[in-house]
Design a protein around this ligand. Structure first.
Ligand SMILES: C[S@@+](CC[C@H](N)C(=O)[O-])C[C@H]1O[C@@H](n2cnc3c(N)ncnc32)[C@H](O)[C@@H]1O
Length: 292
């Protein structure tokens, strides 16, 4: 990120969510606050998106990753989870439309510059900050998540759900593993959803070409891709940290789940969405937490 500036890719991700509401009518992921928090009207968003048709793939990926995360979160809440941490929140709107209200505590963790900008955006959009939300400014490259959350009043004794969308590719591996290690170390269990890009060496020439264009685009915004993974290497590392349940969707599985009409043309390798849990049977079977 550029020193002292909010994340430009956070604005880009919020733009894609807003454009998905307008162009695909929120078919994969419906977000009634997406346009408001962005501060643009539907026509302007449609014009900007249609001027760059190559953005469609990323728009659909962002809609799918958010839907996947919120579905997994809903399942965890049904099983008794009452604490959510949104890591690298950007202009994510979950906290402001949470149907759980004060039964779900939410912490938004983000780089201080992006968080300050979000507060301005919320004020301009007249979106109130709910009582169940706490902001925790943290630079993952300079401070530990544990310290930032502790200062914000996070309850480490509660089973917690973490969303970490669109952040991992921009962090050093050291910062990625420090954060994942903290999540895995929580004594009463934790769940995390994040997305990652596969090592470009594994990609088909066509996907690698589009990946390289995107990498150059985000690097020009001052937010270069730093970390990529192989699915097997990532799984081994997460298992070693203590994640016992891992669901990792590659491009074909994402397509067949969220836009089946395109599944046959989806590449085998590319962007992944992953859910990991230290609680065995967190979506099927397993013990429910006592009601909070
Ligand atoms: C692509 S945006 C994703 C935002 C949001 N999760 C979404 O899906 O719209 C990347 C986010 O990572 C955050 N980020 C990048 N580097 C960071 C760092 N070193 N510490 C904290 N946050 C960071 C940015 O501030 C930004 O909010």
């Amino acid at each position: 990120m550029q020193t002292g500036e909010p994340s430009r890719t956070a604005r880009a991700a919020a733009f894609h969510r807003a454009a998905h509401q307008v162009l695909e009518h929120g078919r994969i992921f419906a977000d009634p606050l997406a346009l408001r928090i962005l501060g643009q009207d539907a026509d302007a968003v449609a014009r900007e998106a249609e001027a760059r048709p190559s953005g469609r793939r990323m728009r659909i990926f962002i809609a799918a990753r958010t839907r996947f995360a919120e579905d997994a979160l809903a399942a965890a809440i049904e099983r008794g989870v009452r604490q959510l941490v949104v890591l690298g929140a950007g202009l994510d709107t979950y906290a402001y439309r949470s149907p759980w209200r004060d039964r779900l505590r939410v912490f938004e963790v983000d780089h201080p510059s992006t968080q300050a900008w979000k507060l301005e955006r919320l004020a301009e959009a007249a979106i109130p900050v709910p009582a169940w939300l706490t902001f925790a400014p943290v630079d993952f490259e300079r401070e530990t998540l544990a310290e930032g959350l502790q200062a914000a009043g996070f309850d480490a004794a509660q089973q917690t759900f973490f969303t970490w969308l669109g952040v991992v590719p921009y962090l050093t591996e050291e910062a990625v593993w420090a954060t994942a290690g903290f999540i895995a170390s929580l004594p009463h269990g934790a769940h995390v959803v994040f997305d990652y890009g596969e090592d470009p060496a594994l990609l088909s020439p066509e996907v690698r070409d589009s990946h390289e264009k995107r990498a150059a685009h985000v690097a020009a915004m001052g937010e270069a891709f730093v970390s990529r993974f192989t699915p097997d290497g990532l799984r081994a590392k997460l298992t070693g940290l203590g994640f016992s349940e891992i669901e990792d969707l590659g491009p074909r599985q994402i397509a067949s789940r969220y836009f089946p009409s395109r599944a046959s043309s989806a590449p085998e390798r590319g962007g992944h969405i992953l859910r990991a849990s230290t609680v065995a049977g967190s979506t099927t079977g397993g013990e429910d937490l006592p009601a909070a």
